[in-house]
Design a protein around this ligand. Sequence first.
Ligand code: NAD
Ligand code: DAU
Length: 337
Amino acid sequence: MKNILVTGGAGFIGSNFINYLVDKHKDWNIINFDKLTYAGNLENLKPSENKENYCFIKGDITNSDLLEFVFNKYEIKYVINFAAESHVDRSILGAEIFVRTNVLGTLNLLEIAKRSNVEKFLQISTDEVYGSLGTEGKFSETTSLAPNSPYSSSKASADMLALSYEHTFGLPVVVTRCSNNYGPLQFPEKLIPLMIINAINNKKLPVYGDGMNVRDWIYVLDHNKAIEKVFENGKIGEVYNIGADQEMPNIEIVKLILKKLGKSENLIEYVKDRPGHDRRYAIDSTKIQTELNWTPEQKFEDAIYYTIDWYLNNKQWWERIISGEYQNYYETMYSNR
Ligand code: NAD
Ligand code: DAU
């Protein structure tokens, strides 16, 4: 058995990852370690919760004593670190928790992994560490880091710390940097689920600035299949970019969602831009495609429809979220726009 600590496994990407792999790799013993912040939701893990090779531990990656206990008890030899504060807008409202979790939490994990002679430490990072592009070009693994938001700065710091632990101490670290994910179970503060849910509820769809900022979209399962490849075959000390070559301006996505749901474009409301808003992201994923034989399978024009259908068919999931903590957040973020 491979004893794998998956941190942040109750969030969007981590829960999709566990649900996808728990049956596929019966020899992977998955220990999901998650603080259950506003973004963590154990309902996401219903398909995995009774599996023999899965267990959940509520905990914070900044808690050394608890982590030390977990590493010893489960004889952890592999770490996949999804745990993070992940929302750019929240990092603009308050950066401290981003530094605490994303930087200090990752450092804490690296230290304990070093002491426990971990055999692979996979740091899940983001294309936002590269900053913003003009109209041409793509991010490659050799693009200089130039993070612009407190969120992306905290993620870049974590990447650097992880790679420094490989260089200095020989900890077997690999880093992935992926573009914008979409799919089931995404917390409805992010563009796609927020717009789908607002459209279903006939609420305004707040588009930042001129709506022409471009993101490069990847279906969450394609990201998770790439992580699986990197976990199994990625070279120690390397960075792998992950993306599906599907660039879209935000406003086009918003219009597509409205069209699919049969709603009027009058619901669109252009609002004050996000401070420091990165204009365009685009990922060159040649390295992972050629070296690890990974290719994205889902086309945006198909998978956005499965995604919209998932939110239509899983109202209970998101109604519970927006009736609680998310509502307070929603008030803070959007009430004066
Ligand atoms: P998410 O916000 O949906 O989930 C984050 C999870 O981490 C939650 O379950 C939360 O409870 C947990 N968590 C937060 N702080 C913690 C702490 N201190 N200790 C333990 N657990 C903690 O995020 P996501 O979208 O699933 O992103 C997962 C990872 O992938 C993040 O590292 C993010 O930076 C990265 N990433 C996300 C995207 C994207 O488009 N969503 C793209 C590239 C990379
Ligand atoms: O690129 C990878 C990153 O993608 C991940 O590292 C982050 O964790 C993830 O949150 C995401 O960051 P973005 O800032 O790109 O995602 P978000 O969904 O917040 O915004 C996508 C775009 O939509 C961005 O240009 C801002 C815009 N937007 C967003 C919201 C929430 C709006 O116009 N209106 C909105 O209400």
